[in-house]
Design a protein around this ligand. Structure first.
Ligand code: GLN
Length: 487
């Protein structure tokens, strides 16, 4: 048995039966990271010593009370480097936080650690999660395990690649405009963006505060459901987290979707979408139909405004959030003649191009005289986009569509064209603007052997509904079981 091939649910069963130990599982993950991450560069930091200590503690705990149902105890986890973990660096993929060690752990990580998960390291990300390819990391690009010349998607590209390459069983990501779903799609894994307010953002370094969500990657909907059940819940340390109970998600063996209505929005099948992507997604929708779901065409008429609205709101909020990186409180400091000089030299040298672009766009959109025309107007259109979803959810229980218009593109393809990069997000941004949950999972491969993903979006707080549909699909298909051919 190859321990790194195990899914979370498989690992859970074997640990529970005492057939493997957490130390063995963790050591296997660390060995595979050492062997493969030179080529992939999914990790920015690994913590072998503390991971093995945690694994030993997990093994001791289990042997003290072997009959208890421990769910996640002793299972390795990778954490995107925009979430804080005490004792580990947190760079956010930026030079401006080089060498920064946060003094506390993000709530979402804490919850998983309390359940016994073993954090093996921090994964690569676009600088401050701004990007769709992980090329905007100051520490080098992550490579897609299916084809090393391709991007893994972004911004949580390190986490998605780590799960796809079997470096870890599960990983955390964040999603402000698609950063869990799009890399999940590009890397052929299952990724969930929960409802805004469902999972605490405390300890997530803020990007677009009204859009940010912590999500998870796993090999299947079942794996993700196990993670999500622990991650979700109210946190007094995040004022936007909601006090809505999270029921343990039960995914049953039977895969009938009778009584489930799924909407297919016509605005998501547009000109310019890669034909392979459209074909595979439509085929997957057929599978859902064969499982008993009622499929209906629906319309989300304001979809075309999601991209411009997002690229006003997200940079505006980012420009405010990134104001705190001034060389005084966090990270490295450049010398200067006076305080102003210190600020401008530190920020001028340590922020990369994309972060700088967002700060400038956002500051402009919020400035006197322009606020109403840009930020204010964008917020109004955002309300229309949210209303589109509310209306459609009167008719259907979930929405099925592509995750991204293309499969993983070549590294460097959008190098000097930020607009082309922003267009990659066209199908993922609406869920963040509306605050609804979104789930991405593999539904096939394109002609060059790259994974194609499908997206399900649901009602606020109905992550369970999405996971059930994806689980039903994964019970009758094998796409989620394919792994890239690495050493
Ligand atoms: N690609 C989008 C952006 O650059 C979304 C990123 C994200 O979800 N963090 O803002």
């Amino acid at each position: 048995m190859n321990l790194t091939d195990l899914s979370l649910i498989e690992a859970q069963n074997l640990l529970q039966k005492g057939q493997i130990s957490s130390r063995e599982l963790t050591q296997a993950a660390l060995d595979r990271i050492s062997a493969l991450d030179g080529d992939l560069h999914a990790f920015l930091h690994t913590a072998a010593k503390s991971a093995l200590e945690q694994a030993d503690l997990a093994d001791q705990k289990r042997s003290a009370r072997p009959s208890k149902d421990y769910s996640l105890l002793g299972i390795p986890l990778a954490v995107k480097d925009v979430l804080t973990v005490e004792g580990m660096p947190c760079t956010c993929g930026s030079l401006i936080l080089e060498g920064y060690f946060p003094p506390y752990t993000a709530t979402v990580v804490k919850r998983l650690q309390a359940a016994g998960m073993v954090v093996v390291g921090k994964t690569n990300t676009d600088e401050f999660a701004m990007g769709s390819s992980t090329e905007n990391s100051a520490y080098g690009v992550t490579h897609n395990p299916w084809n090393l010349d391709r991007v893994p998607g972004g911004s949580s590209g390190g986490s998605a690649a780590a799960v796809a390459a079997n470096l870890v069983v599960a990983a955390l990501g964040t999603d402000t405009g698609g950063s869990v779903r799009q890399p999940a799609s590009f890397c052929g894994v299952t990724g969930l963006k929960p409802t805004y307010g469902r999972v605490s953002r405390y300890g997530l370094v803020a990007y677009g505060s009204s859009l940010d969500a912590c999500g998870a990657f796993g090999r299947s909907a079942e794996d993700v459901a196990a993670l999500f059940s622990i991650m979700a819940g109210c946190d007094p340390l995040d004022s936007t987290s909601q006090n809505i109970p999270v029921a343990k998600i039960m995914l049953d063996k039977g895969s009938s979707l009778h009584g489930i209505r799924i909407g297919v929005p016509k605005e998501y099948f547009i000109k310019g979408i890669q034909p392979d992507v459209e074909l595979k997604v439509l085929a997957a929708i057929d599978v859902l139909k064969n499982l008993g779901a009622e499929i209906k065409e629906v319309s989300l008429p304001h979809t075309e405004y999601a991209l411009p609205v997002y690229y006003i709101i997200a940079p505006a909020e980012a420009s405010a959030n990134l104001a705190r990186y001034d060389g005084i409180r966090f990270g490295p400091r450049m010398d200067g003649e006076n305080l102003w000089d210190v600020f401008t030299r530190t920020r001028g040298t340590k922020f990369g191009n994309e972060a700088t672009r967002r700060i400038m766009l956002g500051t402009y959109a919020l400035s006197t005289g322009y606020y109403d025309a840009y930020y204010g107007q964008a917020q109004k259109v955002r309300t229309l986009i949210k209303r589109d979803f509310e209306l459609v959810y009167r008719e259907v229980d979930a929405i099925a569509c592509p995750v991204a218009p293309t499969t993983a593109f070549p590294i460097g393809a959008h190098g000097d064209d930020p607009l082309a990069m922003y267009l990659e997000d066209v199908f993922t941004l609406p869920a963040n603007l509306a605050g609804v949950p979104g789930l991405a999972f593999p539904v096939g491969f394109d002609a060059s052997g790259l994974p194609v993903g499908m997206q399900l979006m649901g009602r606020h707080f109905d992550e369970a509904g999405l996971l059930r549909i994806a689980h039903a699909y994964q019970q009758v298909t094998e796409w989620h079981k394919h792994r890239p051919n690495l050493k």
